[in-house]
Design a binder for this molecule. Structure first.
Ligand SMILES: [Zn+2]
Length: 217
């Protein structure tokens, strides 16, 4: 029955057993199993099945709808990654950002935390019960300066540069101490003069413009 073109499931229905049982026995007696594609092809040879399928699909949208086909060959849409994307700004991810997301960087950072035992080397802050600190691995010689020193312009060069991964250039600082360092990122940028709270606020102004966090940091 199977050999004449019926599928495992059809045979199974006929005998009131499962399709798996049929395929198991077929394998056991060494009958070659047809693949799903072969099965489907065999079914389409049956004129009744063919007429049925065509009747079923008449008036329905084509299966190729929404697909971008050209005769004889599939047309692939251009990649939307990288420069293919209309929002591509020309690769603006900075080298510092890329280096900081390297696995090597995570290792460097962890080794500094472990060496300094998660203690701030300046104020001695340490996580205790009720006292929680955020610790940073501070570059004594800033990363950007190291790039300049060694003329690093690519990620590969950064990985190969041993000075970048020298743990002697790192120290564990609590966030508060880190912010006080001259090399804390925002401290290196020129800062707008800040209005101190002791000065009287102009009452004529209806609403003081709120300083956004980005410009303040
Ligand atoms: Zn500290």
């Amino acid at each position: 029955m199977y050999l004449s073109g019926s599928s495992c499931l059809h045979v199974a229905e006929h005998f009131g057993i499962t399709g798996n049982a049929v395929s198991y026995h077929l394998k056991k007696f060494g009958v070659p199993i047809r693949s799903a594609a072969e099965d489907s092809a065999a079914r389409w040879l049956d004129p009744e099945f063919r007429a049925n399928q065509i009747a079923k699909r008449t008036g329905k949208p084509s299966g190729a709808l929404g697909k971008n086909w050209k005769i004889g060959r599939r047309v692939y849409k251009p990649s939307l990654r990288g420069s293919g994307n209309p929002n591509w700004k020309g690769g603006t991810t900075s080298l510092g950002f890329t280096v900081r997301s390297l696995p090597e960087y995570a290792v460097w950072r962890m080794s500094i935390f472990k060496r300094d035992q998660y203690t701030c080397v300046l104020c001695g802050a340490k996580n205790r019960k009720g006292q929680k600190y955020v610790f940073d691995a501070d570059h004594i010689r800033p990363l950007a300066k190291l790039f300049e020193d060694h003329g690093i312009t690519t990620v590969d060069e950064a990985i190969c540069c041993a000075a970048l991964w020298d743990t002697n250039n790192g120290r564990c600082l609590c966030r508060a101490c880190h912010k006080k360092t001259e090399t804390w990122g925002p401290n290196t940028k020129p800062r707008k003069p800040r209005v101190t709270s002791s000065e009287p606020v102009e009452s004529t102004r209806r609403k003081a413009p709120r300083r956004s966090r980005k410009t303040a940091a």
